[in-house]
Design a protein around this ligand. Structure first.
Ligand code: HEC
Ligand code: HEC
Length: 449
């Protein structure tokens, strides 16, 4: 019996498959995950998914009616924005081409916009880079929400998350004095009949195409609350952005010959010598846990630390010093479509971020920061990031890095980018819809802000 392989019938199949990868790889290979099936995803009503699609692309949910979820999570940009750090509310244009406007200059959002693939799978119970929203049976609505907020009805984690960007001043709400939503947020009114959430829900309810479909979905007497809106956004994200039909899934289902020798080599490294699977585990290539891998802290930071330019990650959520600089292991599905990488978008290519993993201390020390990467010019902060690292260095040759990249490319499923419901050409509010230029490739190379 090979160490690390559980003696199930499936493992026997896998042993046979891995045997073709050569004895050395085989001896090191751990068990591969099972391909995710429909049972991994909660079902959603078609009408809810359709309403959620329109709301996802509709700037009506932003205080100044200028930003939609798609501004930072566009399917043509891998459900992200192709930027290291997003330009928030007030910017104009999409993705790498987004620019500041003079009339309402946007702020830089301190963390990379994560992709939204597979968040409807029930194993995704902890969201945000730092895990500040999570499933918790003892919390109201089943979700422990950030900032002491609570839900007025049970929601899935991905739906509950959709409640948050609309009340973030820099992302969607806007600044005090600009609109009633921003004012409510600035005065701490989030819940209740005059809170920011209800102001937004009333806006949506005033549009017949939303009002009538919500009546059909939830009953003619049911009020429209922000949590009802969030439920449809969650259903849309879960359904539209499911990405479980990759070449890796075909491999897991038994089509072993479809991988080139280099892809097989990469798979062997990922599940063997390089140890990637110890954190990027399971069908979605994440353990949903928090690790400190010493990525450079670029951008303005989250306001943590003595000078305010640090990002303490999970440590700021738990209040436990041991968790400082730990971030959630990201899922690697569709990773080829979602550059730049890392919680602050520090690395633009897969080669670069893998090279960092191979020797995180050296990666941190040799990173060339930009002038406004304040944390990187503070030696004490650099030492704190360095001291927290828990990732073991694994020396990798250039050929091995290339093989790992080849393997990561087999995790691509372009169905979400091509669209199940797809991007609407117009939305019920009649506000303009963010549309990428037609000639954008799905995996357009990323640029810095
Ligand atoms: C201005 C850019 C921006 C806008 C607009 C925006 N987001 Fe995000 N989104 C982000 C960033 C940045 C994060 C990560 C923040 C963090 O971890 O602290 C995020 C995180 C998320 C996550 C968690 C993903 C994960 O894996 O943890 C979900 C889900 C999400 N956003 C959905 C939405 C929805 C739905 C909307 C519209 C209601 C929206 N976002 C609007 C930038 C944006
Ligand atoms: C100790 C756990 C751990 C191991 C082992 C590990 N990773 Fe990671 N990986 C992480 C964490 C945590 C992050 C996110 C860190 C952050 O954003 O600060 C990450 C980020 C990444 C990213 C960027 C994802 C994104 O969406 O930005 C890629 C790609 C990646 N890892 C690939 C690999 C590969 C390939 C290996 C094996 C050579 C590997 N990882 C080994 C924990 C790990």
């Amino acid at each position: 019996m090979i160490r690390g392989l559980r003696p199930t019938a499936r493992s026997v199949v896998m042993v046979t498959a891995l045997a073709s990868l050569g004895a050395g790889t085989l001896a090191r290979a751990a068990e591969l995950p099972r391909a995710p099936d429909d049972a991994a995803f909660a079902p959603a009503e078609a009408l809810s998914v359709e309403i959620g699609r329109d709301l996802f692309f509709d700037p009506i949910l932003s205080g100044n009616r200028n930003t939609s979820c798609a501004t930072c999570h566009h399917p043509a940009l891998g459900t992200s924005d192709g930027r290291a750090l997003p330009l928030g509310e007030g910017g104009a244009g999409l993705g790498p081409e987004r620019r500041a406007t003079a009339s309402n200059p946007p702020r830089v959002i301190p963390r990379n916009a994560p992709a939204l693939f597979n968040l409807g799978a029930s194993e995704f119970t902890v969201l945000f880079h730092d895990g500040r929203l999570r499933r918790d049976a003892s919390a109201e609505g089943g979700i422990a929400m950030p900032n002491g907020l609570s839900l007025d009805q049970p929601l899935s984690p991905v739906a509950a998350q959709a409640m948050m960007p609309v009340i973030a001043p820099d992302e969607m709400a806007g600044q005090r004095g600009e609109n009633p939503v921003a004012n409510a947020v600035a005065e701490g009114r989030i819940t209740g009949p005059d809170g920011a959430w209800q102001i937004l829900a009333d806006r949506v309810a005033a549009i017949p195409a939303y009002h009538d479909r919500f009546a059909q979905l939830n009953g003619p007497e049911a009020p429209i609350r922000m949590s009802d809106i969030a439920a449809t956004l969650g259903d849309f994200i879960s359904t539209e952005f499911r990405a479980t039909n990759s070449r890796f899934d075909a491999f897991l289902a038994g089509d072993y010959d479809s991988f080139s020798p280099q892809e097989q080599h990469g798979l062997g490294l990922f599940y063997g010598k390089a140890g990637c699977h110890t954190c990027h585990s399971g069908p979605f290539l994440t353990d949903h846990r928090f690790h400190a891998i010493g990525l450079p802290q670029t951008g303005p930071g989250k306001g943590h630390g003595p000078l305010g330019f640090a990002d303490h990650g999970h440590g700021a959520v738990t209040g436990n010093a041991r968790d400082a600089y730990r971030f959630r292991t990201p899922s690697l599905r569709n990773i080829a479509l979602t550059a730049p990488y890392g919680h602050a978008g520090s690395h633009t290519t897969l080669e670069d971020i893998i090279r960092h993993h191979a020797d995180p201390g050296a990666g941190l020390a040799t990173f060339a920061p930009a002038a406004d990467d304040l944390a990187m010019s503070d030696e004490a902060e650099m030492m704190r990031i360095y001291a927290a690292i828990t990732l073991q260095p694994v020396p990798l040759t250039e050929a091995e890095i290339a093989a790992l990249v080849a393997f990561l490319n087999t995790l691509t499923d372009e169905t979400p980018s091509q669209g199940r419901l797809g991007t609407p050409s117009a939305v019920p509010s009649q506000l303009p819809v963010d549309a990428p230029p037609e000639n954008w490739p799905l995996s357009k190379p990323a640029t810095q802000p």
